[in-house]
Design a protein. Structure first.
Length: 497
């Protein structure tokens, strides 16, 4: 196939279609190897196509040379890039050259990037110029990037925003030692100098920082960028980091804007912010140090917040292994925090559907437990759970077994679990049967006064099954995440069956 396509190209037959097909074929390693073997290092024919009268032929020829990474062709690509007059073709040259060692052309590439950043373009060519500029940034980042900044700590009192489950903001607030705290719709705002101390609290999901001097940004990207460049953002970053040079960022808009509107705003804002800051800040699609989260306000304009990736969140670093059905650790931390009044120090604890062990590990973080057991029918889950428990330094006995075949010499004080749900592999009827069997077996494994804590998104099924179990009483119910319909029940054996 590759040989036939190349022979067609050499005969100038249907050039657009054959080049496009060849480009597709060499995407795979086998295809690339076959084409390299066929040409035996002679890419001159493909190089000649960079002077072809058809712009789309030039574009695909450049991309093919980029895939093949033949160093002898870099000067040919460079000459083609300099000569290219079609704006929509130029990004393909940049993408191709990014596969090569471009140090001989570094100064010229930097000049081109700076020129594109400084000069306005027509609406007709703006899209392609932005693509070329984005490609140049990616290419040059590998040569210009410093070692990066290291977070050293906040030296003065700073406002911090902790995003939490909206319904349980107080759970996080109660764990704060600081005097100045306030609740808001998405979480808790706290004034502190001990930012690292906030990582002892496990129930918040994200940490953000308000930006002094930028409480409100215009909906005009250039005006918003100018305000942010003159704000207290850079002084704050410099005060809590060591390391010289540019700060690399990504920007994200959250609000009711259409996706294409968000994308357009971010592109224009990022370019304008780089320019307004004198390139103290540079946009990066990967390996960024911070995120500028731009929240759309209901009354117009935007509120900017800062998320630092230099400030490492290691609260859940034990979670080395996950499954698609695994509960988020911050959610598990919230569940166990809610359960705390019902938990017993030194309790014997069982999770009959333990997955990768997150619920048991977070249970151990809330209150010291005695022996802990995790049971799951899937060996893969148990293997992952053992890895996580070892990383968390929590002693848990994991057993690969169907819970309904599991027996234990001693009774448990607590059964805590994230129950299975209806999925593509488990029907509603199967889950109903599982819940019924669980509610009849589990109480028999509880010590006197023991509790069952059930987290589930199948409340309807749980309620129907509980109606058939008059020997179980409900102690407490919480709606945990209303959007997904997740609830937490605390149950107890009411009388002997």
């Amino acid at each position: 196939m590759i040989k036939e396509l190349y022979e067609n190209i050499c005969r100038d037959e249907d050039m657009r279609a054959n080049l496009a097909a060849l480009k597709k074929e060499i995407k795979s390693e086998n295809g690339k190897r076959a084409f390299a073997y066929l040409l035996a290092g002679d890419y001159s024919k493909i190089g000649e196509l960079l002077r072809h009268k058809d712009a789309k032929v030039r574009k695909n020829a450049a991309l093919i040379l980029g895939e093949m990474e033949c160093e002898d062709m870099l000067p040919v690509l460079w000459q083609g890039y300099q000569a290219e007059q079609q704006f929509f073709v130029r990004p393909s040259y940049v993408k191709a050259m990014a596969s090569y060692d471009c140090r001989p052309y570094l100064q010229e590439l930097q000049k081109r990037r700076d020129f594109l950043m400084e000069n306005l373009v027509s609406e007709e060519t703006e899209k392609h110029v932005r693509e070329e500029l984005a490609g140049l940034r990616v290419l040059l980042a590998g040569y210009e990037r410093e070692e990066g900044h290291v977070f050293t700590g906040v030296t003065r009192e700073t406002d911090v925003i902790l995003l939490t489950n909206r319904a349980y903001r107080e759970i996080t607030r109660e764990q704060l030692k600081e005097e100045h705290t306030a609740l808001f719709a998405g979480g808790v705002r706290v004034r502190t100098q001990d930012v690292e101390g906030l990582f002892h609290i496990r129930t918040w999901t994200e940490m953000l920082f308000p930006i002094r001097g930028a409480a409100l940004l215009s909906e005009n990207p250039s005006e918003a960028a100018d305000v942010l460049a003159k704000s207290g953002l850079l002084p704050f970053l410099e005060s809590c980091h060591k390391g010289e040079g540019t700060f690399y960022f990504r920007a994200e808009v959250r609000g009711n804007m259409e996706r294409n509107e968000k994308t357009a705003f971010i592109k224009k804002f990022s370019q304008a912010f780089e320019k307004a800051s004198g390139r103290k800040f540079m946009n990066s699609v990967s390996d960024y140090e911070m995120e500028l989260r731009i929240l759309q306000r209901k009354d117009g304009g935007f509120l900017p917040l800062l998320k630092l990736y230099t400030l490492k969140d290691k609260r859940f670093s034990y979670r080395k292994q996950v499954l698609s059905a695994s509960i988020h650790p911050a959610n598990a931390a919230l569940v166990t925090a809610l359960l705390k009044p019902y938990l017993k120090e030194g309790a014997q604890v069982l999770d009959p559907f333990c997955g990768v062990g997150t619920m048991l590990i977070e249970r151990a973080r809330v209150l010291k437990a005695g022996y802990m057991y995790g049971v799951d029918i899937y060996a893969n889950a148990i293997e992952k759970a053992r890895v996580n428990a070892e990383a968390a330094e929590v002693d848990i006995n994991f057993i690969t077994r169907d819970f309904f075949d599991f027996h234990h010499k001693y009774l448990f004080d607590e059964i805590i679990t994230n129950m299975p749900t209806v999925t593509g592999t488990k029907s509603k009827g199967e889950i109903m049967e599982l819940y019924e069997r669980f509610l009849h077996k589990a109480p028999g494994m509880l010590a006197v006064g023991g509790i069952m804590a059930i987290y589930t998104t199948e409340e309807g099924i749980l309620q129907r099954c509980l109606k058939k179990c008059d020997f179980i009483k409900l102690l407490k119910r919480w709606t945990v995440r209303e959007k997904e319909g997740s609830v937490l029940y605390v149950l107890q054996l009411e009388n002997e069956r």
